[in-house]
Design a protein around this ligand. Structure first.
Ligand code: ADP
Ligand code: MG
Length: 361
């Protein structure tokens, strides 16, 4: 048994969701571009606007925070970091900027947005960088309002201000009002998805920092990389590393093995699937149950099985299949059967995971 002071985690904090590693792999060029946008602020001129674009978990937030941390320790730089999903409305965004610039809580509501921002701009005597992370969580109207307020400030108040925005939706900048778009010039910084080897390296570094040497079994590690790669999400890999470590400790082991990874993965899929299942009605669940009692099955054969149990038109049956596919509970693909091409229905999860999830809801 492990006792309280005996842990396999060397640095458990490296698995926290907001941990920013000291070393960001494969992102040198993005970091360089960010630095060149922010550097003018350190020389007392206006930062250059930047737009970081790329799928989830490609290091947008991490590189931004990394560069801010460096800039801060180098020269001190005034910035306001805003994670949009937490501050979805202009008033909340402006209050956060107020707080970061004036170093005090914004006045309780009752004061208008215009007055609030007038006080910000009038008190600003050094370059300011405003980070709007995950900006695609804003409605189009709100995004336009916020950007407009910031973009007009240099002309109206003579202040020096720049924006670093990040979004997963590459089309997002195109949705802006032409008026805002016309004055919003920025450097586009692209974040491509990580390949298998890149994910492997990132996760390996995390194991080295996070666990004591020799704790994480190499087969278990390979499994984590594979699952993260299948999910297309390095963040999921980091979650699995930690959860597997916790599982190993809780069975009193000093070694993380592949069964610990499987348990973590199954647990995660289970709560994920259970959540999706609540969106299904009883007929849809019945079809799903039949699908999961078969291996890959042609859609026609499946319809026969379904209609022998539940009265259902082919059209309705097909709509249900489409919904289940959209929810990523099943996959439909073409295969050969006899002469022609046939559509096959495949399971996406382990049978046990779906059965357990069905019992849970
Ligand atoms: N290049 C990298 N090197 C090390 N860790 C990374 C790298 N890219 C992403 N990560 C890790 O993956 C997770 C997601 O990264 P994040 O910066 O939040 O992505 P995004 O903002 O693009 O969704 C974080 O835990 C982060 O530490
Ligand atoms: Mg992010």
């Amino acid at each position: 048994m492990l006792s309280w002071d005996e842990t396999i985690f060397r640095n458990p904090e490296v698995f926290d969701p907001d941990y920013v590693p000291d070393e960001l792999l494969f992102r040198d060029s993005q970091i360089r571009q960010l630095v060149s946008c922010i550097r003018p602020a350190m020389l007392n001129s206006s930062p250059i606007n930047a737009f970081c674009l790329g799928p989830p978990s490609t290091g947008k937030t991490s590189t931004i925070k990394y560069v801010l941390r460096e800039a801060e320790s180098e020269a001190g730089i005034l910035y306001s970091y805003i994670r949009i999903p937490r501050f979805r409305e202009p008033y909340k965004v402006f209050s956060k900027i107020f707080q970061d610039v004036l170093g005090q809580q914004s006045p309780p509501s009752g004061i208008s947005k215009t007055v609030l921002m007038d006080r910000v701009w009038s008190n600003l005597d050094e370059p300011l960088l405003i980070v709007l992370d995950d900006i695609n969580f804003l409605s189009k109207a709100y995004a336009n309002e916020i950007l407009y307020e910031i973009l007009k400030a240099p002309d109206e108040y003579g202040v020096k201000v720049g924006i670093v925005a990040a979004a997963t939706d590459v089309k997002f900048p195109l949705l802006l009002d032409p008026f805002v778009g016309a004055s919003f010039h920025y450097m586009e910084i692209h974040y491509p998805s990580y390949g298998y080897r890149e994910m492997e390296e990132i996760l390996r570094k995390r194991v080295e920092y996070g666990f004591y040497e020799g704790v994480f079994d190499s087969r278990a590690f390979r499994r984590v990389v594979e699952l993260a790669y299948n999910a297309g999400d390095v963040r999921y890999g980091i979650y699995l590393l930690k959860a597997a470590g916790v599982n190993a400790e809780s069975r009193g082991s000093r070694k993380v093995e592949d069964k610990d990874v499987e348990v973590a993965h199954a647990g995660e899929s289970l709560s994920f699937v259970a959540k999706i299942l609540t969106a299904l009605n009883s007929e849809e669940r019945a079809v799903l149950r039949i699908i999961y009692s078969n291996d890959a099955i042609p859609t026609g054969d499946l319809y026969e099985q379904v209609s022998s149990e539940i009265k259902m038109s082919y059209r309705k049956y097909y709509n249900i299949l489409e919904k289940l596919e959209r929810l990523k509970l099943i996959e439909i693909s073409f295969g050969e059967k006899g002469k022609g091409k046939t559509r096959y229905v495949h399971r996406k999860y382990d049978v046990e995971v779906v059965e357990k999830a069905m019992e849970l809801i």
